[in-house]
Design a protein around this ligand. Structure first.
Ligand SMILES: C[S@@+](CC[C@H](N)C(=O)[O-])C[C@H]1O[C@@H](n2cnc3c(N)ncnc32)[C@H](O)[C@@H]1O
Length: 427
């Protein structure tokens, strides 16, 4: 681990302990305080008595902090991604996974002031790449009771709430129970709504599987829309984008995105006087762009580690060998048969690839038949090679994290548009 972050943990952990919600690690508080101090953002739990001056004096005592400039530079240097030097807006990253949404919003000039993700392995990857451990279970932070155990007011002030809330409860592959999902996943939307209600960000971006629209005969999306517009007073702009058409990424990945702006649930196109101020009216859904990248821009041409190849002793080798014939397509193992993706793009990556042997994209290269590597999967989500999994991360977790993520260039385009609009009116 980076030396600065180690020093930071030593200096701040004793003080941070009292501000770590149940289900979150103390180091999440420490790291996220560090970033807030560096970027002069609101700190986590200031509403609960956490004191930025106390944090600063502890950092100085531990010789982590000499000047604002030095501290920011050192902290930036330990992160391999490009958070803006002088951010134009702040955002929070909920259901953060490995930070695909974060990358999109950072590239649009944003500064992340809070992140939450409860999968331990995804947390490790997040830390490795953004120098910050995310907070844990969001239901422990935004719990159903608005009592002392509720940490919503501890979340730093932010302009945009970003949340790729889990799709299990809504997807065809999942349980189809929507808001009544027994495991409570469906209710995560309501936890997010609670955060919007209390923090009142200027805008939000939600992301989910395309099937959200048809789920439960349209009931699920109706409840989401009603909650957003009637209960929260935000506008509701849903649209479906495909990574191939809108992100110059050769992966067939259709996702629904929902954007909303504060206080704009009741705007009307007839209301000509106010129209220039209505961000919802001015929001432009990204137009399709030409797909210039091909699968060969992403696939590695060299021989890969032997673990990715099917040996000829494998029980399905003959079947694979006879069906996976072209070197120009990505194939997908569908449990009982292999499907060629004829459109020369990668099929939709899923969270369960790499487990149980299904949904693993396969190719034939000069050395045999093999699975895509997790790094190639990340490439098909638009991640650059600067992203690194922690060295000891198991393969199954790498695939899951890559499949769960988002097509970063698509998110970047939405984030840029939101940033453009937030500049028009200042809160
Ligand atoms: C569809 S993924 C989002 C991935 C993310 N957008 C990215 O780019 O990597 C949903 C994530 O929500 C996380 N999650 C589910 N329930 C959660 C909870 N109660 N608290 C925090 N994170 C949760 C899952 O572990 C998963 O990583």
């Amino acid at each position: 681990m980076n030396e600065l972050l180690i020093k930071l943990e030593h200096a701040l952990s004793p003080y941070a302990k009292q501000f770590a919600p149940e289900g979150s690690e103390i180091k999440a508080v420490v790291h996220q305080w560090g970033h807030a101090i560096a970027y002069d953002n609101d700190i986590f739990a200031s509403s609960k008595g956490a004191d930025a001056n106390e944090i600063l004096s502890r950092l100085k005592k531990a010789k982590c902090y000499n000047s604002a400039k030095q501290f920011k530079k050192e902290l930036r240097d330990c992160i391999n991604l490009n958070a803006a030097d002088n951010p134009e807006f702040t955002f929070i990253d909920l259901f953060a996974g490995i930070g695909g949404m974060r990358q999109g919003f950072e590239s649009a000039g944003g500064s992340c002031v809070f992140s939450s993700e409860f999968d331990k392995h995804a947390q490790d990857s997040y830390f490795e790449n953004y120098g910050e451990y995310p907070f844990g279970d969001i239901t422990k932070i935004a719990n159903e009771e608005r009592n002392h155990a509720n940490w919503i007011d501890a979340i730093p002030k932010h302009d945009i709430l970003v949340g790729g809330f889990p799709c299990q409860a809504f997807s065809i592959a999942g349980y189809r129970h929507g808001f009544n999902d027994k495991k409570g996943r469906g209710n995560l939307f309501f936890r997010m709504a609670e955060i919007i209600d209390l923090c009142r960000p200027r805008a939000f971006l939600l992301e989910n599987v395309k099937n959200l629209v048809g789920h439960d005969k349209g009931n699920t999306i109706r409840v989401i829309k009603e909650t957003i517009t009637q209960d929260l007073g935000y506008s509701f702009i849903p649209f479906v984008l495909n990574a191939t058409d809108h992100g110059n990424i050769p992966q067939n990945r259709e996702r629904i995105y929902i954007v909303g702006f504060k206080g704009e649930s009741n705007w009307s196109a007839e209301d000509k006087v106010r129209l220039d101020d209505i961000l919802t009216h001015q929001f432009q859904i990204p137009e399709p762009i030409e797909l210039k990248k091909t699968i060969f821009n992403i696939l590695h041409q060299s021989q890969q580690d032997k673990r990715y190849y099917y040996p000829d002793t494998h029980q399905y080798f003959n079947e694979l060998n006879s069906t996976i014939v072209s070197k120009k397509s990505v194939y997908q193992w569908r449990r009982v048969y292999v499907r060629e993706n004829k459109s020369n793009v990668c099929p939709t990556l899923t969270a369960n690839m790499g487990t149980g042997g299904h949904n693993v994209p396969l190719i034939r290269d000069d050395f045999g038949i093999r699975k895509l590597t997790p790094e190639e999967c990340l490439g098909f989500q638009g991640f650059t090679e600067t992203f690194k999994f922690p060295a000891k991360m198991a393969m199954s977790h790498r695939y899951k994290q890559a499949g769960n993520s988002v097509a970063v260039p698509v998110v970047s385009r939405i984030a840029l548009e939101m940033a453009r609009l937030l500049k028009i009116t200042r809160d």
